[in-house]
Design a protein around this ligand. Structure first.
Ligand code: U53
Length: 386
């Protein structure tokens, strides 16, 4: 029976979509929260992973590299780097007991994480303090032990115990009940490599040279005043971002500390460029993160270098021009492909900049919250989960 576990969770099911009123589905009662961790089958143990510790970070890296998400054709598997995981999982206000591992004989075989976020939902006046759940992973060799539901229940318990009752997460699969179904788009930067790894294919009339010409980009960005973001830009970027995000139905509210963490450039992790035309005035910014993938069983390539569109705020520069510059910058940083979802204003540049729709979809979920509108359109989503 499908969704055995999800039927037991506070998620609206199909026939409740009409009856439930907007807001929390279940009232959270702190006194009812289990004080001790869920039971694990013998030899399995809970652990809090300290990602600042090189050995423990290496164990997480290897577990994900070998067992985390693959595309439907098993052509790629995400290869999150240790520095990326430290960026993604050690933001301001992080809770050490929200980086949850399961070990067997000191070997990491299961993983799930949460980070604290403040989410603004639809027209609700209040912003909801909640957790963003990510990196649910069970080693391939011990699947079908029903370990994933226990990992989800345990991190839910660790969130409840802090008096938080909602969560936000994404998944490529459909379980009860998505709040939005978005699509990945891909813009080729290295046509030859995408053909060699088998992602792109040539029709009879096409040649590799023709494809390379089609996707060729200028050497340098067009926008005057475009430069890497620096610490001195944090205040202006925070204001621009928080103002920009208000147009969406779902968005995070950022403190300056959070903007420092999420946007200051980190080599091979996050690239952020600001537009400063007039002395000291930042009018726009673009950002993309580095998430390579292992190419599974390919004679010629072991990895794909993929840049993922993060947050882009265009107030003076046309969004198409800003994103064209993002492609040029990503190409110059050595990426093979530039990926983006059809969320926020992305539809405005995807076609014009020659992005192609992928066959993978990304579903957004809210745990224990009924929306006013059952589903949100992709362009109403203002959050990117890495
Ligand atoms: C060339 C276009 O495809 C990808 O970039 C890519 C790379 N690695 C993956 C690993 C797991 C995976 O599992 C869904 C998908 C990919 C994808 S397509 C969806 C991500 C985007 N954009």
């Amino acid at each position: 029976k499908p969704h055995q576990f999800w039927e037991t969770q506070p998620m609206p099911n199909i026939n409740e979509l009409e009856s439930l009123k907007p807001g929390p589905i279940q009232e959270g009662i702190l006194a009812d929260v289990r004080k001790d961790p869920y039971n694990l089958i013998s030899k399995f143990e809970w652990c809090n992973v300290d990602l600042r510790n090189d050995e423990q970070a290496q164990q997480v890296y290897t577990l994900l590299k070998e067992n985390y998400v693959e595309d439907d054709d098993n052509m790629f598997r995400f290869d999150y780097s240790i520095e990326f995981l430290r960026w993604a999982l050690l933001p301001p206000g992080q809770h050490p007991d929200w980086i949850v591992g399961v070990k067997v004989n000191q070997k990491l075989v299961g993983f799930i994480t949460g980070i604290p976020v403040t989410l603004h939902i639809e027209n609700q006046q209040t912003k909801v303090k909640m957790t963003e759940i990510n990196f649910l992973c069970v080693h391939k060799k011990i699947r079908a032990n029903r370990l994933a539901p226990v990992l989800i229940k345990e991190i839910t318990r660790r969130v409840h115990i802090k008096n938080m009752w909602q969560a936000v997460y994404t998944a490529g699969i459909v379980v009860p009940t998505p709040i939005s179904q978005t699509r990945y788009y891909h813009r080729s930067l290295n046509a030859k490599k995408l053909i060699e790894v088998g992602f792109s294919s040539l029709s009879a009339r096409q040649t590799i040279a023709r494809q390379q010409k089609l996707y060729k980009l200028p050497e340098e960005p067009k926008t005057q005043g475009l430069r890497p973001m620096k610490k001195k830009d944090v205040a202006q970027v925070t204001k621009l971002l928080n103002e920009y995000l208000k147009q969406f139905k779902l968005y995070f509210k950022y403190t300056e500390d959070e903007v420092k963490h999420w946007f200051l450039p980190r080599k091979d992790v996050i690239s952020t460029y600001v537009v400063e035309k007039e002395q000291g005035v930042v009018t726009d910014f673009l950002s993309f993160y580095n998430l390579p993938s292992q190419v599974i069983k390919n004679p010629k390539h072991t990895h794909l270098r993929a840049a993922y569109s993060y947050y882009n705020v265009a107030t003076q520069t046309p969004i198409v021009q800003l994103m064209y510059d993002a492609l040029i910058l990503a190409k110059n940083e050595g990426y093979d492909v530039f990926n983006a979802l059809d969320i926020m204003e992305n539809e405005k540049f995807l076609k014009e900049l020659m992005f192609c729709p992928g066959d993978g979809q990304l579903n957004y979920y809210l745990y224990n919250w009924k929306l006013e509108s059952n589903m949100l359109k992709p362009e109403e989503i203002g959050i990117v989960l890495v």
